[in-house]
Design a binder for this molecule. Sequence first.
Ligand code: MTE
Length: 319
Amino acid sequence: MLIRKAEDIRPSEITSKSNYLNRRNFLKSAGAIGGSALAGPALSAVVPVEEHAKIPNIATSRFSKEERNNSLEDISTYNNYYEFGTGKADPHKYSQKFKPRPWKITVDGEAEETGTYDFDDFIKPFDAEERIYRMRCVEAWSMVIPWVGISLAEVVKRFKPTSKAKYVAFTTLHDPSRMPGQRSRVLDWPYREGLTIAEATNPLAILAIGIYGEALPNQNGAPIRLVTPWKYGFKGIKGIVRMSFVEKQPRTSWNLSAPQEYGFYANVNPDVDHPRWSQARERRIGTGLFADKIPTRMFNGYGEQVADLYKGLDLRKNF
Ligand code: MTE
């Protein structure tokens, strides 16, 4: 099968043409005024503050998989978010009072455009798209989630990384007064993650801002989190406040905490056992405890889009 490289897929193929052209014009005029670039005409990505309000103008994406989605209840009550506790029900229980506003995102490091932006200004230049993705967690459970997101490739391009930038490092908010789990030392806070520039500019990677057409629930990472469906769930850092373009491979939370169990790449690979369990099969949440497990696929079934990124890399060593 012919595998297209990420750089061969034009942004106009991913988003609607009119939005693409509008955004081009916006980026051009934004570029002309330099650093204050994100203040400009609003295009499509807007997240209303009212609870359960629908995100307007969501485009569908050709990357969505036809599968039965998990219910919002499954998706928002069985979570990992150690900032709100280590149990699967804790994030739902303990994040209800969390206010994901005001919210600032800092972009820094090896890029021509850097700065600190209000969340709403940060997402404004991009299209909000629905991406239905299969998600696979390292503990052998999986879900199908109708995310609403903006293309990470477009975000990266907008900040114009320099040739020195080899990776993008992401950081979660560190505020123990708002995130009670950070009062315990279960992880070395703040939560951190990273991608290579090639991974971050693969068309599948998104920054999610919603689920089922509504703003992200707090427990799923409001107001903005990473989604890379070919990698284990732990790569999907939530509550992002910083994106840094860096030259060296960044340290990541789970790799720091248990390097023998969690590597930098974290690609879904049924052939490499986790030191404490097999990764060959998975249980789809919502199908019942006694339902048959299903086989896990290489790159979670997204090999056609991403296998190229790892050519020549030993995926047993670089797990
Ligand atoms: N991001 C932060 N900031 N803190 C976390 O503890 N847990 C990760 C990831 N992102 C985590 C995080 C893990 S282990 C998983 S499996 C996914 O979030 C779970 O995402 P979900 O709860 O939306 O399914």
